[in-house]
Every structure is written in C-alpha cells, then in structure tokens.
Design a protein. Structure first.
Ligand SMILES: [Zn+2]
Length: 166
C-alpha cells in the first residue's frame, strides 16, 4: 500500500469503529445515544462533532480546549448527585435529569484564555454556558433559538424551583 492509502485506511477505520451505543436520559426519560471518544472521554456524536470543529478553531488561536467530563451514565450521575447532597461536590442534577446524560453537556477546561475565548466564540459553534456559577459547563444546543438561550442563561437568579440540569 502507498502511504496515502494507509492513511485513508486508518481514517476509515477510525470513523467506523468510534461510534458506540449508550443509554442516556433526557428529562428523566431513557433514550439511546450514539457515543464516540475524545481523549478517552465518552461524548455524544453530534456534540463531539461540534466540539472538534470548535476545538480546531480555538487551537488556531493557541488555545487548547479539553473535556473534563462529557457523557455520563445514570450510575455516574447518581454518584455525583449523592456527593452533592452530602455537600461534597458541585451542583448536580438528580440522575436522569443532567444534560451530561442527554449528551449535550461538556465540562471544559476554562483556565488561562480558554474561558474568554469560549465566551466570545462558543455560540458560533452551538455551545452555550447554561449554568450560572459553572464557568466550565457548556451545552451543545445546535441550531435552537440562540437568542432565547442567551436570555435564559444570562438570568442572574434562576428560579429556585427550576430543576438543575448539570
Ligand atoms: Zn457540567
């Protein structure tokens, strides 16, 4: 095989072997998600695609975007929720209700210039900061009404009754 063919073959195998099915939750209801991996982290495929495009753009500006937490299983969310309830962890939604389980949410590194870059450019790639007080939590909302999302996420005092989705 020529070198070009070897590379093509590698790309093809990476593309097909990566997607895997997983059980996710959207607002308490079980759903099937397609998952892929980014640096060892499970990420829903549409979120992953958008993240890769965004990360490439950031990297051209010398910013290294990294995923700390991507897709979570019900069991993982249950564990985080328990820690939160004990006062040991970050705000966590009850299992079944986190957007980490729906595949939309990514916790990103926001050190250095990464946060400023995200604030300025993430929405171009469909990502929005949705949880007040969690600079690292970004959700891929794709082509949904971006103005409405902006309005919702810029509220300083979300209603106490609103269920957390983090
Ligand atoms: Zn999060």
């Amino acid at each position: 095989m020529t070198r070009a063919l070897v590379i093509l073959a590698l790309l093809a195998s990476a593309g097909t072997a990566a997607a895997d099915k997983g059980v996710g939750y959207v607002a308490g209801a079980k759903t099937t998600l397609r998952l892929t991996e980014i640096e060892g982290k499970d990420v829903e495929v549409r979120t992953a695609k958008a993240f890769r495009i965004m990360a490439r753009a950031a990297s051209r500006k010398g910013i290294d975007l990294r995923i700390r937490s991507g897709f979570r299983t019900f069991a993982k969310q249950a564990k985080l929720y328990k820690q939160y309830r004990r006062g040991e962890g970050n705000l966590a939604a009850p299992p079944g209700y986190s957007n980490h389980e729906s595949g939309r949410a990514l916790d990103l590194n926001v050190s250095g210039r990464a946060y400023d870059w995200l604030q300025e450019h993430a929405r171009t790639y469909g990502f929005h900061r949705t949880v007040p007080g969690e600079a690292w939590h970004w959700e891929y909302l794709g082509d949904e009404d971006k103005d409405a999302i902006e309005r919702a996420s810029s509220k300083k005092h979300p209603k106490k009754t609103k269920r957390p989705t983090t």
